[in-house]
Structures are given as structure tokens and as C-alpha cells.
Ligand binder design. Structure first.
Ligand code: BDP
Length: 326
């Protein structure tokens, strides 16, 4: 069996990434599973343009959107290995690598976008970002990913019992897997890139995500029932390879930190507009959306929340996050 490091090296060599990112001074590379035009890709593009402007063209950004560099697991590996400079992934993809991220993925822990912003803009967000340092990454910025809701090919989901017997795709994270299982679903872990095909071949009955991913990854073409469960507001993280970051001058490091921080409000604005238009587009296409019994869903995960927040780090983060609700 080949090692993960060897597999990543092969992927990097095959795409010419290693040569291009290490060989050409000033050229920075980035990986994202979303397509060009998606708010995360656009926010990082904006950051790249700021860097180019600030350095009179010395720093430039080449993006690899649409999962060209593989699933989120792969791009995080490439960044840790120094073969790509930036990897933008969802918190779900790093729940095991950086356990502090779990707190913002746990079901019914965040109540609204405003609550999420209060948490990520506080010392909680700073602490979670700093925790990436331990695993060879710099946590540059936390971006919005909206409220995740279930969608499926069969029927409206109003209460947890409606999930019974449904095969629901879960992100590759035990936090999500266990949450969906206690809510009553039959969870199937799968990278997001495989969801459209899994829906078309009936490997799964449904998935859960935000309006933009539902629309832009065309999941709505198969799964025509959308249920407003808003069970998680799991945000996105823009990471940078620590190896590549430390190889830069302190001036460039500052420029990158600053441009990444300034890309957050840009992202938030793009996100709000993109979400609205995604929602309008899918509703126009005939998606049937329904409200869900959120208190019943919240009750179904009460024991799980207790178990998941047993460690001192998560217990304290969870209390601090909950204290910002309201
Ligand atoms: C989307 C995130 C993306 C994740 C995906 C998922 O933007 O980073 O890969 O969810 O469900 O909302 O895996």
C-alpha cells in the first residue's frame, strides 16, 4: 500500500503543482471543491488580486476550483505537505485533524448567521484558527456557509421520525455521521464531489447542505424536497500551508494575513447575495420547501451534545459559543 504522503506527492507531480508552486517565485496556488463564481472561490480570488496589487504584480494567485485537486481531504493534505499554498475547506473536513473545529459543526449549537458571526469574530474564532498551527497549517479566515438543511428525493422531512429509512449522505466527519444517526437517518459518508452521482444512481436518498451548494452542485435536479432543519452552520476555513507561509518574508506574511482578514466581509456580502439567488433559482425550478419541527430535532440530539462536549476543550468552547446565542 502506498503511503498518503506518497499519494499526495504523486497527485502534486501529476498536476505539475509542486513544480509550479515551489519553482516560480511569487506564484501562489489554491484548491477549492466549488466551481468558479461560488462565493468561497470569488473571495479567495479577491484576496489574490489584493496581493497582486500590493506587490506590483510580484505575488499572483492561481486557483484550482471544481475539485481539480481532489476532495477536501486531498487538498488539506497537499497544503500540509507544502504542495499547494491555500486550501479552502469546510470545518467538517478537519473535525478530526483540528478537534476545536467540532464545536461549530455540532447540531443546533449555532442559532443564526448573526450568532455564527459573533462566535467567529470573537476570541473563539481566533482560537480555532490558531489551533491549525499544530497540524502544519495557518488558519487565515473563517467564511460563511449558511444553514445546512436536509433534502431528498422522496418526501418532506418535518420531524426526526421522517428520516427513518432514508440513506442520507454525510460529510466525512464523525460529528455529522453520529448526528444524522441519532436524528434517525441512515448516514452514508461521501465526499461532496460524489453526491450528484450518488443521487442519480440511488445510492443515497438525500443529503444536506446550504442553498448555494444545493443549487450550484445541481443536487436540486434530483432531490426535489428541501426541509428547513437548519441543523448546522458549519463554516468554511481558508488555510495556508505553514511550510509555504514560513518560507515567505515577514512582510509577505503580513500582507497575506491582512488580505485574508479583509476578504471576510467581501465573502459575507457575496454569500448573502448568492444564497438569495440560489434559493430563488431552485424554488423557480419547482423545489418543494417545507418548515421543520426544529425543537423536535434539537431534542433528538441532546444526549449526543452532552457526549460530544465531554472533553475540557470542547466543553469550554461549547459553553462560550452558547453564551453568545440570543
Ligand atoms: C459545502 C462546503 C464544502 C463542503 C460541502 C460538504 O462549502 O466545502 O465540502 O459543503 O458537504 O457547504 O462536504
Amino acid at each position: 500500500m502506498i503511503s498518503r504522503r506518497a499519494a499526495l506527492a504523486t497527485l502534486a507531480a501529476a498536476t505539475g503543482l509542486a513544480a509550479c508552486s515551489k519553482g516560480e517565485a511569487g506564484l501562489l496556488t489554491e484548491a477549492d471543491v466549488h466551481r468558479a463564481g461560488y462565493p468561497t472561490v470569488e473571495a479567495v480570488k479577491w484576496m489574490g488580486a489584493e496581493l497582486t496589487k500590493a506587490t506590483d504584480g510580484r505575488l499572483r494567485l492561481k486557483q484550482y476550483p471544481s475539485g481539480q485537486l481532489g476532495a477536501e481531504d486531498d487538498s488539506i493534505g497537499l497544503a500540509r505537505f507544502g504542495a499547494v499554498d491555500f486550501a479552502r475547506v469546510n470545518f467538517a473536513a478537519v473535525n478530526n485533524l483540528v478537534p476545536e473545529t467540532r464545536v461549530l459543526c455540532l447540531p443546533f449549537t449555532i442559532d443564526s448567521m448573526e450568532h455564527l458571526h459573533r462566535a467567529v469574530d470573537s476570541d473563539i474564532g481566533a482560537e480555532i484558527r490558531a489551533a491549525f498551527d499544530r497540524v502544519g497549517l495557518i488558519g487565515l479566515a473563517i467564511y460563511d456557509a449558511g444553514a445546512r438543511c436536509f433534502y431528498n428525493v422522496r418526501k418532506p422531512i418535518v420531524e426526526p421520525g421522517d428520516l427513518k429509512g432514508l440513506k442520507i449522505r454525510s460529510p466525512m466527519s464523525d460529528v455529522f455521521l453520529r448526528s444524522f444517526a441519532v436524528m434517525g437517518a441512515n448516514p452514508t459518508p461521501l465526499a461532496v464531489n460524489g453526491v450528484f452521482q450518488a443521487l442519480s444512481t440511488h445510492l443515497i436518498d438525500g443529503a444536506e447542505n446550504n442553498w448555494p451548494t444545493f443549487e450550484s452542485a445541481s443536487h436540486y435536479e434530483m432531490a426535489t424536497y428541501w426541509s428547513e432543519t437548519r441543523h448546522s452552520y458549519s463554516p468554511e476555513i481558508l488555510t495556508m500551508s505553514k511550510e509555504r507561509f514560513l518560507a515567505m518574508s515577514t512582510t509577505d506574511q503580513e500582507l497575506i494575513r491582512d488580505a485574508a482578514a479583509r476578504s471576510v466581509p467581501v465573502m459575507r456580502e457575496n454569500w448573502a447575495a448568492f444564497s438569495e439567488s440560489s434559493k430563488a433559482k431552485v424554488l423557480k425550478a419547482g423545489i418543494k420547501a417545507n418548515d421543520a419541527d426544529i425543537p423536535a430535532f434539537r431534542a433528538s440530539v441532546a444526549d449526543l451534545l452532552e457526549r460530544e462536549t465531554e472533553t475540557p476543550v470542547l466543553a469550554s468552547l461549547y459553553t462560550r459559543v452558547r453564551n453568545l446565542s440570543g
